[in-house]
Design a protein around this ligand. Structure first.
Ligand SMILES: *[C@@H]1O[C@H](CO)[C@@H](O)[C@H](O)[C@H]1NC(C)=O
Ligand SMILES: *[C@@H]1O[C@H](CO)[C@@H](O)[C@H](O)[C@H]1NC(C)=O
Ligand SMILES: *[C@@H]1O[C@H](CO)[C@@H](O)[C@H](O)[C@H]1NC(C)=O
Ligand SMILES: *[C@@H]1O[C@H](CO)[C@@H](O)[C@H](O)[C@H]1NC(C)=O
Ligand SMILES: *[C@@H]1O[C@H](CO)[C@@H](O)[C@H](O)[C@H]1NC(C)=O
Ligand SMILES: *[C@@H]1O[C@H](CO)[C@@H](O)[C@H](O)[C@H]1NC(C)=O
Ligand SMILES: *[C@@H]1O[C@H](CO)[C@@H](O)[C@H](O)[C@H]1NC(C)=O
Length: 806
């Protein structure tokens, strides 16, 4: 056995032992007189949830908590968040004979969670249910339940809203900090009058979800509800949230459940999910990652910036402008006159991270801050003309630095004036251009456009394949024609929601079926640039790429028009139990080959060298012959802004398909596409989704599952059972092998797409052994990031405490 393998085996063994150890107590109920101390736990009937005492990292505090038995997602509920008990004080949960549910400690005050009226003769018991609800009841009557006392996480079935009968509100309240469950700055509330979720910071509205509306989803013709302002990515990867509002005489609330497919096994039904309002204001699912990022709200206009939809507007300090944000970076300010840049320490321990930011934002002198790193309160750096430098090796303490793209020193005013003049001219030219274009008859439209582009400086330097004889086939559609083709963007025509915006189906007057992709307005790109990009992209023609027909510009709205593909997309077949059988092994192998060919063309044979960055089953469309067509290629080029910001804000791409170096550091290359391709191959072979792996007590995701089977020499178990009759075992095994090579942790180890095609085609060529894959999930991203922060912090703690003493 190789050393690498053996250490991994040890790890698996350790996890298993740990698992056994946790299994010692598996009761789900305590009765009056029973005790639960720090070495015992309650575990729900199907082992989904555990209740016990939890000690957050780097603290000695003990809290009564409920968490998912599987996974390291942290507590979803805390009983005594305001009254931590030292873990050395032997905290014990008990139902006293007086009918109280209390936490006692040796030699300290006890904390009462609930007290039944003492005049009744009750026999109380408390049970931890598989929903995560901890319920105290007496003779079948529910007296108290943890679901009525939410902490910061909304589990499926929990309510958020108002109970008119008891006058109590169900509201989530964030933790104070990363390992401090005390009440923090953010709340997540439900406003039934406008059917909005609202995030407030210290009582002030920070972000709203927009109205909860009916929403049509392509897969399985589901009609589920969705919030207006949720980012479009949420639609895709959260197909299985069923959001709902309930209004009755006594209660008005929001809740959600998971859409569970009938075909799921009982094991698969133990899906982990919980919406958490994080201490920085972000909302994420404990298992699936970010839902939305209110922490990026700065209270100024959201249009055209990378701030999420739904941010509230606030009065702004005059000195701040809407290009400024704070960015977490490893770096420092250069010393001024030989002395370190001045910092100010505020020791007020009630200040959380977002309070520090708020204070810094409102102080015109403040250019950086940090919070809670070994000391309570905030540290600020203030001053004009402080010069920032980035730590070359990332070893300097990470702080939040003010990032103002427009304030590059000196010349600022001149640059602004020039910019204004230039943009006025450009707008004029564009205005005249568009006016001219409108006047031109349908037939001449293309000619005119080309001329216009030449006029505007579109150079012929980009001549592509086909000798450049024919410049482009791109058609300019009028807005009116798109409106009539899609019945005015009616929801009945909506095909789905892509990462870049909604997609509609339509029919042109000539009877051609089209798909209209409406780009979200955040592309932050000028019209000219948009057109130039599109024309470039339209020149990429390959049988495995979806064909671009044209585009349409209407005010700020930009649309791209494609050929409509009758057979929808790969995910429709692959992940749909009733359709899956239609894809026999031959078709699947052709699809794998086709995708590889399309990618090869993008990576090598088109002169643009396009890196797709969002390769996933829903972006692989299928025509009537089941030929795969890659769609959305080149969109990353159009959405340049998002990509430049890949390090700080939203990353283009979808978790589960993103290579680790891209997800964590924003580094992308052809090898990150190869990674996504590897995930696709494993999914095609197995008929299972990578990031929706629902086995609680097993591997994290499909990649890990495949890797474990591979190491046990039983890779064929990965095969989708419906392929049993049609598959070519050797070919299938080879595909798994190639898939595993593509998802290797180190980008340099992964093959290029050329290598992949060679390996697919040459059945006799010997393949290298795959190395450790990257088991990437949303949570491992968080954990990695946290870990690296921690490591750097401890290396720098000295600097900070010195500063604190000043
Ligand atoms: C917890 O309770 C059990 C039995 O009630 C006892 O054996 C054990 O020592 C206790 N553990 C602690 C840490 O008090
Ligand atoms: C926790 O307790 C141990 C010993 O009781 C002590 O060394 C350590 O500093 C404490 N940690 C914190 C964060 O208070
Ligand atoms: C209270 O209930 C218990 C059984 O649950 C019973 O043995 C006892 O006699 C009852 N006491 C009174 C005062 O009713
Ligand atoms: C509950 O919410 C309503 C409105 O949403 C508010 O008027 C009321 O004061 C809240 N009650 C409590 C106890 O927070
Ligand atoms: C949700 O809200 C809408 C609009 O207020 C209402 O018509 C509908 O009845 C509510 N749904 C339920 C289940 O109460
Ligand atoms: C969503 O939940 C509502 C009630 O909460 C239920 O009536 C509906 O059938 C669910 N929809 C799906 C697709 O599961
Ligand atoms: C915080 O600072 C103030 C004055 O700057 C001082 O009086 C106080 O003792 C400090 N508090 C703590 C907890 O260090």
């Amino acid at each position: 056995m190789q050393p690498e393998k053996s250490s991994r085996t040890t790890l698996v063994l350790l996890i298993f032992l740990h698992f056994l150890a946790c299994q010692v107590s598996s009761l789900d109920t305590i009765k009056q007189g029973d005790n639960l101390n720090s070495s015992s736990q309650l575990v729900s009937a199907k082992r989904i949830f555990t209740l016990g005492f939890h000690t957050p990292r780097n603290t000695n505090n003990s809290y009564l908590a409920i968490w998912y038995t599987a996974g390291s997602y942290g507590p979803v509920w805390i009983g005594n968040r305001e009254k931590p008990i030292s873990k050395n004080m032997n905290p014990v949960l008990t139902i006293s004979n007086k009918g109280q549910l209390i936490i006692t400690q040796s030699g300290g005050e006890s904390f009462e969670l609930f007290a039944a009226g003492s005049n009744k003769n009750q026999s109380l018991s408390a049970i931890l249910l598989d929903t995560g609800n901890f319920v105290v009841s007496s003779n079948g009557e529910i007296l108290w339940q943890s679901f009525d006392h939410p902490t910061d996480t909304l589990l499926p079935g929990m309510k958020l809203g108002v109970n008119h009968r008891t006058g109590r509100n169900w509201t989530l309240l964030s933790w104070f900090g990363e390992s401090n469950p005390a009440p923090g700055a953010f709340t997540l509330e439900w406003d039934p009058s406008v059917r909005n979720l609202i995030v407030k910071r210290r009582g002030m509205i920070y972000w709203t979800s927009g109205e909860l509306k009916d929403h049509y989803i392509e897969l399985g013709n589901l009609r589920v509800k969705q919030f207006e302002n949720f980012p479009s990515e949420v639609d895709i990867f959260n197909l299985n949230y069923n959001l709902s509002n309930v209004t009755s005489a006594n209660e008005e609330y929001f809740t959600y459940s998971l859409i569970i497919d009938r075909t799921w096994t009982p094991e698969e039904r133990k899906v982990i999910s919980g919406w958490k309002i994080n201490y920085d204001g972000d909302i994420y699912d404990t298992n699936r990652g970010t839902i939305d990022r209110p922490s990026l709200c700065y209270g100024y206009k959201t249009e055209g910036s990378s701030v999420p939809k739904g941010c509230a507007l606030w009065a702004q300090p005059e000195c701040r402008n809407n290009r400024e944000t704070f960015v977490l970076r490893s770096g420092d300010f250069r010393p001024v006159n030989g002395r370190p840049a001045p910092s100010v320490y505020d020791n007020d321990s009630s200040l959380s991270l977002s309070d520090c930011r708020e204070k810094c934002w409102k102080d015109c002198e403040c250019v950086a801050y940090i919070n809670g790193q070994g000391t309570d309160g905030c540290v600020y750096w203030k001053g004009k003309n402080l010069e920032f430098y980035q730590s070359p090796d990332g070893s300097l303490l990470r702080k939040y630095f003010l990032d103002s793209p427009s304030s590059s020193k000196g010349m600022k005013k001149h640059v602004m004036i020039i910019l204004v003049v230039v943009s006025v001219i450009v707008v004029l030219i564009l205005g005249i251009g568009l006016f001219v274009m409108r006047k031109v008859k349908q037939g001449k439209r293309e000619e005119e456009l080309k001329e216009l582009l030449t006029l505007e400086g579109y150079t012929e330097g980009y001549e592509l394949e086909n000798g450049g004889a024919k410049s482009h086939d791109l058609r300019l559609f009028t807005y009116a024609s798109i409106q009539s083709a899609t019945s005015d963007f009616s929801s009945d025509y909506k095909l789905g929601q892509g990462g870049f915006g909604p997609v509609y189906k339509g029919k042109t007057p000539e009877g051609q079926d089209i798909a209209v992709k409406v780009l979200s307005r955040q592309s932050g790109q000028g019209l000219l640039e948009f057109k130039t990009e599109l024309i470039l992209i339209s020149k990429l023609q390959h049988v495995n790429l979806v064909k671009l027909l044209g585009f349409c510009i209407h005010g700020d709205d930009k649309m791209i028009i494609y050929n409509y593909m009758r057979n929808k997309s790969l995910d429709f077949f692959l992940f749909n139990p009733s359709e899956r059988e239609q894809l026999d092994w031959n078709k699947r192998f052709n699809i794998i080959e086709g995708i590889a060919q399309g990618l090869l063309y993008l990576h090598k044979h088109s002169r643009l060298k396009i890196i797709h960055r969002d390769l996933k089953p829903s972006n692989i469309l299928l025509d009537e012959n089941m030929t795969p067509k890659i769609s959305d290629f080149g969109l990353a080029r159009i959405f340049k802004q998002n990509i430049d910001e890949a390090n700080t804000n939203r990353r283009v791409g979808t978790y589960g398909y993103m290579a680790p170096e891209y997800a964590m550091q924003g580094i992308f290359s052809v090898k990150s596409d190869v990674y996504s391709f590897g995930v696709l191959v494993l999914e095609i072979v197995s008929g299972r989704k990578n990031n929706c792996f629902r086995q609680i007590e097993g591997p994290l995701n499909l990649i890990e599952y495949a890797w474990e089977l591979w190491r046990k020499d039983s890779a064929l178990e990965l095969m989708d059972p419906t392929l049993r009759d049609s598959c070519d075992i050797n070919q299938l095994q080879r595909c798994i092998h190639i898939g595993l090579l593509c998802v290797e942790n180190q980008a340099v180890d992964r093959p290029t797409i050329e290598d992949v095609i060679f390996m697919l085609k040459n059945e006799t060529a010997s393949l290298p052994m795959p190395k450790n894959p990257a088991f990437i999930t949303r949570n491992s991203v968080f954990q990695e990031v946290e870990k690296s922060t921690k490591e750097k912090l401890s290396a720098n703690e000295l600097t900070l405490s010195e500063m604190g003493g000043r």
